[in-house]
Design a protein around this ligand. Structure first.
Ligand SMILES: *[C@@H]1O[C@H](CO)[C@@H](O)[C@H](O)[C@H]1NC(C)=O
Ligand SMILES: *[C@@H]1O[C@H](CO)[C@@H](O)[C@H](O)[C@H]1NC(C)=O
Ligand SMILES: *[C@@H]1O[C@H](CO)[C@@H](O)[C@H](O)[C@H]1NC(C)=O
Ligand SMILES: *[C@@H]1O[C@H](CO)[C@@H](O)[C@H](O)[C@H]1NC(C)=O
Length: 411
């Protein structure tokens, strides 16, 4: 059995009065483990940039129903540098798999590490399946099987991919894709125009959860591995955030509109504009905060940082860091502050990314393309470790709230 937390939440009303979501059940939350693996051949930035390029192609695939090539091709070793994973049981009796939690893709699949164990609940479908992630890819056969996400969260006949070929995944068995369902269009053959209901969709349509949403709690850590995250299906865990959840509608701008996309502007300190209001996404599968190259140049100028080509990140001297100001993200009229401490890689892990203890590395990176492309930023894990996030399918919106870590100086 996997550890589960049962949270008896009485009546939680979300902050937006016009469209409140009311949660009135014992919520089931799954613990998420954060793992850091430095054995890859790409640095953090290269890996995140490859993902950003592939995200654009994924939207194109879902729009047209036509497969897009894996832009990186075959990568010799794992590049899942930092990931958050959950333990998921599949089959009956279940085999437990370690799956990466990804809001930027929507297929759930296994077979990268541990092989699929067929049981009487396993049904093979006529479809093959393939998805590329930029820093990795898989292909295989689509099955239906019983998926057990933890106490009470059991889905019969969940469509899952069973990989017979994978590249770029180390230390995980597959992916739990909790992005919007449209992203699954174009992943099956021959049913290219079919979508594959996500685990969240099925939990909701089968009445297991009463709201079609998921919530994510991440937290900063100084260690290589730690169980410090939490994934909640169908509700929000009020013990994981402070204040209220503020929502922003999914952006209408393509290709961010295919993901948990929002409009956002960014400024540094009191007055320096970094990025004017534009579309991008919130994404648990990206480690850094990536911003369009012109915005990145403004950020670099404002901070006085130097690009460390080997590490892939901007770096400051300790004296420069002492002067680093907050970065402010404005989303749907609400300002989210990223303090100086929240803008840096944990200093105790500098050498783990090939850096030096004489410098302080910044977690804001260059997305690799100029702004105006419809995917001008990615608020990745390093952002989500400071803000609780809610992915609300039913109302097509993303929620954010401060946490006890928002202003913490752990890094
Ligand atoms: C899954 O669906 C198949 C038909 O596609 C059905 O025969 C089977 O009983 C279902 N299994 C469960 C566990 O609901
Ligand atoms: C994986 O399965 C598909 C569908 O049966 C098949 O076409 C393909 O050759 C297999 N690939 C490998 C590497 O076994
Ligand atoms: C890190 O990646 C390597 C190479 O893929 C893999 O063998 C190893 O199991 C991973 N380590 C952890 C702790 O996940
Ligand atoms: C986001 O920005 C785009 C481009 O300025 C605009 O058309 C749209 O109305 C904004 N809001 C949403 C929810 O997409």
């Amino acid at each position: 059995m996997f550890p589960t937390t049962l949270l008896t939440t009485l009546l939680l009303a979300f902050a937006v009065a016009a469209n409140p979501v009311v949660v009135r059940e014992p919520l089931v939350s799954l613990p998420m483990a954060k793992n850091f693996n430095t054995t890859g051949t790409l640095n953090l930035l290269q890996r995140d940039q490859a993902r950003a390029r592939q995200l654009v192609l994924s939207a194109e695939r879902s729009l047209t129903g036509k497969p897009t090539p894996d832009i990186v091709g075959s990568i010799p070793a794992t590049n899942a540098a930092v990931d958050y994973t959950v333990q998921v049981g599949i089959g009956s009796p279940p085999t437990t798999y370690t799956l990466l939690v990804d809001t930027g893709s929507s297929n759930t699949w296994i077979g990268a590490g541990k092989a699929y164990v067929r049981t009487p609940t396993s049904i093979q479908t006529p479809d093959t399946v393939s998805v590329s992630y930029g820093s990795g890819s898989f292909s295989g056969i689509e099955f239906l099987d019983t998926v057990n996400l933890g106490a009470g969260l059991i889905i019969n006949n969940q469509s899952i991919g069973v990989a017979n070929k994978t590249a770029g995944f180390g230390g995980i068995d597959g992916i739990l894709g909790i992005g919007p369902v449209d992203l699954t269009v174009g992943t099956l053959r021959p049913h290219t125009s079919s979508s594959v209901p996500t685990v969240t969709d099925n939990l909701f349509s089968k009445g297991v959860i009463s709201a079609n949403l998921v919530s994510v709690s991440f937290a900063p850590t100084n260690s290589i591995s730690s169980v410090n995250g939490e994934l909640t299906f169908g509700g929000i865990d009020s013990s994981k955030f402070t204040g209220s959840i503020r929502f922003a509608p999914i952006t209408t701008t393509y290709p961010a509109s295919f993901f948990w996309g929002i409009n956002q502007s960014i400024r540094y300190s009191t007055g320096t504009a970094i990025l004017s209001t534009t579309a991008g996404i919130v994404d648990t599968g990206t480690t850094l905060i990536l911003i369009a190259s012109d915005a990145f140049a403004r950020y670099q100028a404002a901070t006085g940082a130097v690009l460390d080509n080997q590490v892939g990140l901007l770096r400051l001297t300790p004296a420069q860091f002492a002067n680093l100001k907050s970065l402010f993200f404005v989303i749907n009229g609400v300002t989210y502050e990223l303090t100086a401490n929240a803008q840096i890689w944990p200093r105790s892990l500098n050498t783990a990314i090939g850096g030096s203890n004489s410098f302080v590395y910044l977690i804001v990176g260059n997305i690799g393309t100029a702004s105006g492309k419809g995917l001008d930023f990615i608020n990745g894990m390093t952002f989500l470790e400071r803000y609780y996030s809610v992915y609300d399918t039913a109302n097509r919106r993303v929620g954010l709230a401060t946490t006890s870590n928002t202003f913490a100086t752990t890094n």
